[in-house]
Design a protein around this ligand. Sequence first.
Ligand code: GLN
Length: 319
Amino acid sequence: FVIPEFAHFTKQIRGIYNHCKNIDTGKVASYIPQLARYDPKLFAVSICTVDGQRFSLGDVEMPFTMQSSSKPFTYAVCLNQLGRDIVHNYVGQEPSGRMFNELTLDNNNKPHNPLLNSGAIMSAAILLYLVNPEMKMSEKFDFVSDYIKRIAGGEFLSFNNSVFLSERETADRNYALTYYMNENKCFPKGFNLQDCLDFYFQTCSMEVNCDSMAVMGATLANGGVCPITNEEVLKPESVRDVLSLMHSCGMYNYSGQFAFNVGLPSKSGVSGSLVLVVPNVMGIGLWSPPLDSLGNTVRGVQFAKEFVKLFNFHRFDNL
Ligand code: GLN
């Protein structure tokens, strides 16, 4: 086993969990009612190792929408279908140093990276117009959710229609970003603004739980082979590129500090989700709705910090 003394390991995980549970700072996202309704006390941690050992604590079966934690996965599908050269004609690899939804493009007039709103709207466009462009919107939704379901080892993946409708109604900034990118001729041929944004909102509104999110992280940790089904869902080179950008750009405007302090690829979302990857070892799903001022789950970030303090999982530990 990659974690030989699993019982001892899980005891320590429980210690970190109990400590982080006491934190009562942060604010649940309130821009749509469906997110605002979540109890700030909810907190779940789930672990899935690359050899399939599992451990979970707290509200691990409660569904939540992926929101921005879907961004590395839609990007992964783009890479896996088209390769990095085609994909990166349309999107950069640079942390922006700005808020995740700021109206800005990089020096080449591309979105800075695929893990910001602009870059993820671009992933939606790439999926719609460059990957099997003959598919209808409905078929494309099935195509991408089937991919994500396989990344999650067939475990819980659903779709929250009221979140989707709310996202669409509360999306002035995302419309502004998309118009701005369109003005700068960022999009591939065939682009349709409403379809593209709808598809972006749909991927944000895909629902997982902490357990299925841990498997998604574990598939990334395992080079694209899902440890639960042993299916090679993603190519190793796609996973390498996804993890590189999760390392430098996954935590909004805290990405640099997270890379320094925690040193692990990760991605957070406004629902309070955080997928954390220990390459070659495990995926960790974390979920707790209260967010800090930069939009990251407070308990999730604290858990990650204490986790690498207790175990030498920072990428540059023990060189
Ligand atoms: N649906 C949200 C948006 O596009 C997701 C953003 C996020 O999780 N930060 O604004």
